[in-house]
Design a protein around this ligand. Structure first.
Ligand SMILES: [Zn+2]
Length: 123
């Protein structure tokens, strides 16, 4: 470990940090930085995790069917645009599932997955 001048890759802020390489030092400073670019990156990470939990392989633990990988990828791109507030809402119909990604009143990206299920009985 040596002291490096870590550079935030979003705002260019430089801070000394103990690390094994310049790259590691830049990683540490970029992660710790509170500039808008670094915060957006944190939110992107969180959004990816939320997508994994709602439509990715991790949703199967909740008894839901995961979407196909290429569809998850396409939705991830769209969700990224919602996060940047370039799209205000995305709605997707996939079989019996409806997915809505929108900015809520707190400015957070909310993912809502709804499954259509119906039971009917007659006699
Ligand atoms: Zn920064």
């Amino acid at each position: 470990m040596n002291t490096f001048e870590g550079v935030c890759r979003y705002c260019g802020d430089v801070k000394p940090v103990m690390a094994n390489s310049q790259e590691e030092a830049d990683d540490v400073i970029s992660t710790k930085c509170t500039c808008p670019g670094a915060l957006l990156e944190d939110r992107k990470e969180q959004l990816l995790q939320n997508l994994q939990l709602t439509i990715g392989p991790a949703c199967e633990e909740s008894g839901l069917d995961a979407f196909e990988a290429d569809i998850v990828e396409a939705i991830t791109s769209l969700a990224g645009l919602v996060l940047q507030d370039r799209l205000q809402q995305v709605s997707i119909a996939h079989g019996k599932t409806t997915l809505k990604i929108a900015i809520n009143t707190k400015g957070q990206v909310k993912i809502t997955r709804t499954e259509k299920k119906a039971v009917a009985a007659e006699c």
